[in-house]
Ligand binder design. Structure first.
Ligand code: PAF
Length: 282
């Protein structure tokens, strides 16, 4: 596995890939890799000639009061995991490489970013779209792999590549969970023992929603009320949002017809966790 910090050097390495017509996968991450990331790497490995993993804690997608400074980082461990999982190239640029002085161009999006995480994390998706556009352009990857846990991010990226005619396939992989159903996340390391237990209220609330939907419940408000009731049993939990939305547009649904994304964001202590499930989508 080769490691690059420099954009130009990475691009030099990629020239023969293009000449030989090799298929290139990109797995964009912010590092501190867990099994969710590894499932993306494994999918990418099985479907492409070359696999690039990027690790970049993107300052542009963090709000002023968010966890940019304390976001967990362990490049040594991450590079070992990448190597063990057959990654060809690890790209870990510096902030100066990605955003040199006088950087002034951004990719922004309306509508689909107005709800859910986009509503509570102002500017977040502008940061995500900008960095991904750069990573797509730098690597010229044929496919990029994302986890369903960030459901809105998945919809936003698909919309962006459609709107801007970016020539890349977006592949979405299922959520990977701990044995007790907590969705894997780099932010889980922030949780102390009590918080770790409390964090199960997210998957419990989703299970309640799933059961109600399976039993034919059509009204979002009833499902939301039941989910909120479940989460409020947990003293350490503070709800950011509990929403039932159209999985493509991210707009709220009052009544559920076929497809629905049930998504939630909950603070457990100071840690903001998200989780979701999709019903009716393939
Ligand atoms: O999901 C993430 O880790 C980040 O939002 C991403 C896609 C790597 C962009 O910085």
């Amino acid at each position: 596995m080769k490691i690059f910090k420099d954009i130009k050097e990475l691009q030099k390495e990629l020239v023969p890939y293009e000449k030989q017509g090799l298929s290139v996968a990109l797995v964009p991450t912010m590092g501190y890799l867990h099994e969710g990331h590894l499932s993306l790497i494994k999918a990418a490995r099985s479907e492409n000639d070359k696999v690039i993993v990027s690790i970049f804690v993107n300052p542009m997608q963090f709000g002023a009061n968010e966890d940019l400074d304390k976001y967990p980082r362990d490049l040594k461990r991450d590079s070992k995991l990448c190597e063990e999982n057959g990654v060809d190239i690890l790209f870990c640029p510096t902030v100066e490489q990605m955003y040199p002085q006088n950087f002034s161009s951004y990719v922004d999006m309306d509508n689909i970013t107005n709800n859910l995480c986009g509503a509570s994390r102002q500017g977040h998706f502008r940061g995500v779209c900008t960095v991904l556009t750069k990573l797509f352009n730098i690597t010229k990857a044929n496919k990029a792999y994302f986890g369903q846990k960030d459901a809105q991010q998945c919809a936003v990226v698909k919309q962006m590549v459609r709107d801007l005619n970016i020539n890349i396939d977006i592949i979405i992989c299922p959520i990977v969970r701990e044995d007790d159903n907590l969705a894997k996340s780099s932010r889980n390391v922030y949780l102390n023992d009590d918080e770790r237990k409390a964090a199960l209220c997210l998957s419990k609330a989703l299970f309640i929603a799933k059961t109600m939907l399976d039993n034919g419940e059509k009204y979002s408000q009833k499902i939301k009320d039941a989910m909120i009731k479940e989460i409020q049993k947990e003293k350490l939990a503070r709800i950011d949002y509990v929403s039932l939305v159209n999985p493509h547009t991210m707009q709220d649904l009052d009544e559920i017809k076929d497809e629905v994304l049930v998504a939630l964001a909950v603070f457990i202590g100071k840690t903001r966790l998200i989780d979701n499930f999709l019903k009716g989508c393939i």
